[in-house]
Structure formats: structure tokens, C-alpha cells
Write a protein that binds this ligand. Structure first.
Ligand SMILES: C[S@@+](CC[C@H](N)C(=O)[O-])C[C@H]1O[C@@H](n2cnc3c(N)ncnc32)[C@H](O)[C@@H]1O
Length: 177
């Protein structure tokens, strides 16, 4: 079994755990850029059908038998049309991935009453390690600016976390009105 390069399973994000109870019960969740599937597995355990999407889905082989799991292998950055046209989800979960051109599709993919749970690296992370490329780092207030006028912000943080290593992150939980 392969695994996407450059990262490993660090367990369920505390942010995702904290706000998962706000996902409408039984609703389908999109785990975007799911990697090794740590959040797909967690959300399946919570009873949600999950659509797990990544450019490299090899790490999900052991989960393929799960009836409630749909695996989508696609390159989100290839300039192709959005791979899930017209689909709306009870939650869209994105952790440790940033590709700004798909922001509009992310917002459109959350059904009314559904939530967006987004947590990724932010400017300032250069001090602690990778990613350092500004393309992969949220600017100060960027998530808030993205969501303003579209979704209701339930919680937001722009902080330095200290887990396995220190990292600058922004994270948001927002509800689609
Ligand atoms: C740092 S990992 C985060 C994985 C997971 N969200 C997590 O937090 O455990 C980034 C993920 O983005 C995926 N990715 C990178 N470029 C991608 C692309 N162009 N299209 C789809 N997924 C991509 C990688 O394969 C990798 O699984």
C-alpha cells in the first residue's frame, strides 16, 4: 500500500473533533485532499457517508470495502472542471491543503445548514518549517474574508499550535445559512 508523499497520519485534528457534532446527523461529508484518510475514517465512525477525494488515493485501499465511502481520485490543480458538479454536502472538511482557485466550489459544495471545517497552515509558518511557499499559506484573515457575506462564522482561530511540532494555522468552522 502506498501513501501520499511528504505526510503521515497525525490522528484526528482537534478542530475537526470539536466541530464534527455540528455536522447534520447522517449527512454526507466531503473530505477534500483526504491524504491518508484520517478524517474520512473518523467521520465514517461517526456514521457519516464520506466522499474522500485526493490526487493519490492509494492509502485508502483498506477502506475501499466500506459501503459508505466513495473515493474520488482527481487532480484538483489540473485546470479541469470541478469533479463533483452539483453535489452538496452536509460538511466539507479540508485540512492541511490550500489551492485558492477552488474556493468558490468549496463554498458552493456546502448544503444549506451544512458546515465548512477548514484548517491549514498560515503565514508565519515559515518560522517553524514547511510549508513555506506563500501559495500554501493563508494570509492573515484570508479565510474570514473568503466567507464574509456567504457563511456564518461559528469559530475562527489564527494561532500557533504546538503538537508534534509548532505550526502557524488558521482554522474555521462556518455554517451555510
Ligand atoms: C498535507 S496532506 C493533508 C492530507 C489530509 N487532509 C490530512 O490533513 O491528513 C495534502 C494532501 O493534498 C493532496 N493533494 C496535493 N495536491 C493535490 C491535487 N492537485 N489534487 C488533489 N489532491 C492533492 C495530497 O495528495 C495530500 O494527500
Amino acid at each position: 500500500m502506498g501513501r501520499p508523499k511528504g505526510h503521515h497520519d497525525t490522528g484526528t485534528s482537534a478542530w475537526i473533533k470539536r466541530f464534527a457534532p455540528l455536522i447534520p446527523p447522517g449527512g454526507t461529508v466531503l473530505d477534500l485532499a483526504c491524504g491518508l484518510g484520517r478524517h474520512s475514517r473518523y467521520l465514517l465512525r461517526r456514521g457519516h457517508p464520506v466522499v474522500a477525494l485526493d490526487i493519490d488515493v492509494s492509502a485508502l485501499d483498506k477502506l475501499r470495502h466500506r459501503a459508505k465511502l466513495e473515493i474520488v481520485q482527481t487532480d484538483l490543480e489540473a485546470g479541469e472542471p470541478w469533479p463533483l458538479p452539483g453535489r452538496r454536502f452536509a460538511a466539507v472538511v479540508v485540512t492541511n491543503y490550500l489551492y485558492r482557485p477552488i474556493f468558490p466550489e468549496l463554498l458552493n459544495s456546502v448544503e444549506p445548514g451544512g458546515v465548512l471545517l477548514y484548517e491549514t497552515f498560515a503565514a508565519g509558518n515559515e518560522c517553524f518549517g514547511r510549508p513555506r511557499n506563500p501559495d500554501h499559506l493563508l494570509q492573515r484573515g484570508e479565510l474570514l474574508a473568503l466567507l464574509r457575506g456567504h457563511m456564518v462564522i461559528i469559530a475562527y482561530e489564527d494561532i500557533v499550535v504546538s503538537g508534534e511540532r509548532r505550526a502557524a494555522v488558521q482554522r474555521v468552522c462556518a455554517r451555510q445559512p
